[in-house]
Design a protein around this ligand. Structure first.
Ligand SMILES: *[C@@H]1O[C@H](CO)[C@@H](O)[C@H](O)[C@H]1NC(C)=O
Ligand SMILES: *[C@@H]1O[C@H](CO)[C@@H](O)[C@H](O)[C@H]1NC(C)=O
Length: 428
C-alpha cells in the first residue's frame, strides 16, 4: 500500500508540477502532498475497534502531516526565495573605478591657473566673450593682453567676484551623496521665493516633467500632458515656439550647461531667456572658466541664476560613469582600464538631461521623463539639425540608469539608502 501511495503521489504531482510549477528543475519541491483519501476505511468493524483503529490512524496521520508541513514550509520558503531573487548587488570593482577622476590633476591645475589670473589657452578660445565685453567697456584697448585689463576698476571688481566664486566652488567639490537631500534647500527654496510661492512644509513639488530634446518628441503630441505637471524642466534653451503641441509651453525651470550661458553672455544683458526672463535658470559648470560668464551675468538676471552644487555634479558624474563602465565591460568584453581610451576619459561628462533628472529626483514627488531616447527614424534634436550625439556623453549608459529608475531596481550606485527615489515614468 505504501508503494501504491508513493506511486500515486508521484504521478499526481507530475501533473500538478506541470500546471503550477514553473521551476521544473526543482522536482523535489512539488513531490510532497498529503493524501488522506487513500487511507482504507472498513464499515464492517466493530465500533470500539473502529475507534482504536481511528486513533492509531489519527496519530500516524498527525505525525505525517506535521512532518510534511515542516517539509512543505521549508520548501515554500525556498520557492519564495527563488521567485524574488535578491536585488542585484553593486559591483565593488565598478564602484571603485567610477570614483576615479581621470582628469583630476589637469583640472586642479586649470583651476589654479584661473585663480592666478593665468588664462593660458583659454585666451585663444571663444571662452573669452565675457572678458571682451568688459574690455570693450574698458576703453584702454589692450584687448590682446587680457591680464593687463585687470587694471580697469570695473573689470577688477568682476575679477574679484570671479575668483571668490570659483574658489568657493572648488573648495566644496567632493563626493557627498547626502547632497540629494539638500536640493530642496539649494534649488527649490530660492525658486519658490522668487515665484512668491508659500511652501509651508512642502519639500517637494507634487509632479515634475523633465523634457529632453530628442527628436522622438515629434512623434507624439505630449504638449498638454507635459504642461499638466506642477513643474516643467526644460534643457539647454531648446525652443518651444511652433512646437507647443509636441513639447508644451510651460517652463518652470530652465536647466542648462554653462556653454549655453557662455553664448548668451555675448548678447546685451546676457539675454538667455527664450522662456521669458522670469524663469529661473539652473546651470552646471562644464568649464571652470565659465564662471566669468556667471559673474558677469548673475547681476543682470531678474530670476535666480543658480549654479549646481559641485557635490551634486560629482555625484552625477560617478553614477553615469558606473553605468558607462558596466556597459563597456559587458558589451566590448575589454578590461575596465580600456574604458578611458574609448570614452575620451578626461572629457567624459554626464549630459544636461541626466542631471536634470537627478534634480527632479531630489525636488519632486513624481517624475515624468519626456523626449529622452532615440530612434532610427527620429532626429537627434527636435529643434535642431544636429546629426549625431556628442561623444563625450554615453547616452546608452544614461538610458540604462533611467531604466533602473523606472523599473524600481535598487540600489542605484552612489545614492544613499535613506534617500527615497520617487516614482519615475518614461514617455516614449
Ligand atoms: C565586477 O566587475 C568586474 C569588471 O567587469 C568583473 O571582472 C567582476 O567579476 C565583477 N564582480 C562581480 C562580483 O560580479
Ligand atoms: C547672484 O545674484 C543674486 C541676486 O542678485 C545674489 O543674491 C547672489 O548672491 C549672486 N551670487 C553670487 C555668487 O554672487
Amino acid at each position: 500500500m505504501h508503494n501504491d501511495t508513493e506511486e500515486k503521489d508521484g504521478s499526481e504531482t507530475e501533473t500538478i508540477k506541470q500546471i503550477i510549477d514553473p521551476f521544473s528543475s526543482f522536482p523535489h519541491i512539488a513531490t510532497v502532498k498529503p493524501n488522506f483519501y487513500t487511507l482504507p476505511m472498513k464499515r464492517t468493524v466493530r465500533p470500539l475497534f473502529a475507534l482504536l483503529l481511528l486513533l492509531v490512524f489519527a496519530a500516524t496521520l498527525t505525525s505525517r502531516v506535521v512532518l510534511r508541513r515542516g517539509i512543505l514550509s521549508i520548501e515554500l520558503e525556498y520557492r519564495v526565495r527563488i521567485r524574488n531573487p535578491p536585488p542585484p548587488q553593486l559591483n565593488d570593482t565598478l564602484l571603485h573605478h567610477a570614483a576615479v577622476e581621470i582628469g583630476e590633476e589637469k583640472f586642479k591645475q586649470e583651476i589654479q591657473n584661473l585663480l592666478d589670473g593665468n588664462f593660458g589657452s583659454h585666451a585663444r578660445h571663444r571662452t573669452f566673450v565675457s572678458w571682451r565685453r568688459f574690455i570693450h567697456h574698458d576703453r584702454s584697448g589692450t584687448a590682446a593682453n587680457i591680464p593687463a585689463t585687470l587694471r580697469s576698476p570695473l573689470f577688477y571688481r568682476y575679477w574679484l567676484d570671479f575668483r571668490k566664486v570659483l574658489h568657493d566652488w572648488f573648495r566644496k567639490r567632493r563626493f557627498q551623496p547626502g547632497i540629494m537631500s539638500e536640493l530642496t534647500r539649494s534649488v527649490k527654496l530660492p525658486i519658490d521665493s522668487h515665484n512668491k510661492v508659500v511652501t509651508k512644509g512642502k519639500n517637494r513639488y507634487s509632479s515634475c516633467a523633465v523634457v529632453g530634446n530628442s527628436g522622438i518628441l515629434l512623434n507624439r503630441d505630449y504638449g498638454s500632458e507635459i504642461d499638466a505637471h506642477e513643474v516643467v524642466i526644460r534643457l539647454n534653451n531648446a525652443r518651444v515656439d511652433h512646437f507647443e503641441t509636441k513639447v508644451g509651453k510651460k517652463t518652470s525651470i530652465s536647466f542648462m550647461n554653462s556653454n549655453i550661458l557662455h553664448l548668451c553672455a555675448r548678447r546685451a544683458g546676457c539675454f538667455c531667456h527664450p522662456y521669458g526672463d522670469h524663469v529661473p535658470i539652473v546651470m552646471y559648470i562644464c568649464q571652470a572658466v565659465h564662471f566669468l560668464d556667471y559673474t558677469a551675468c548673475n547681476a543682470s538676471h531678474k530670476a535666480p541664476l543658480l549654479v549646481t552644487d559641485p557635490r551634486f555634479d560629482v555625484l552625477c558624474a560617478r553614477i553615469v560613469k558606473y553605468y558607462s563602465l558596466k556597459r563597456f565591460v559587458e558589451e566590448s568584453g575589454k578590461g575596465l582600464e580600456k574604458w578611458g581610451g574609448d570614452h575620451d576619459g578626461a572629457l567624459f561628462h554626464y549630459s544636461s538631461g541626466m542631471q536634470a533628472v537627478m534634480l527632479a529626483l531630489g525636488i519632486c514627488d513624481r517624475v515624468s521623463i519626456f523626449g529622452f531616447g532615440k530612434s532610427a527614424s527620429a532626429k537627434h534634436h527636435y529643434h535642431t539639425n544636429q546629426k549625431a550625439e556628442l561623444h563625450l556623453h554615453d547616452y546608452e549608459a544614461e538610458y540604462a540608469f533611467y531604466r533602473d529608475l523606472v523599473d524600481g531596481h535598487r540600489p542605484i550606485p552612489f545614492l544613499e539608502d535613506r534617500f527615497k527615489v520617487p516614482p519615475v515614468v518614461m514617455y516614449h
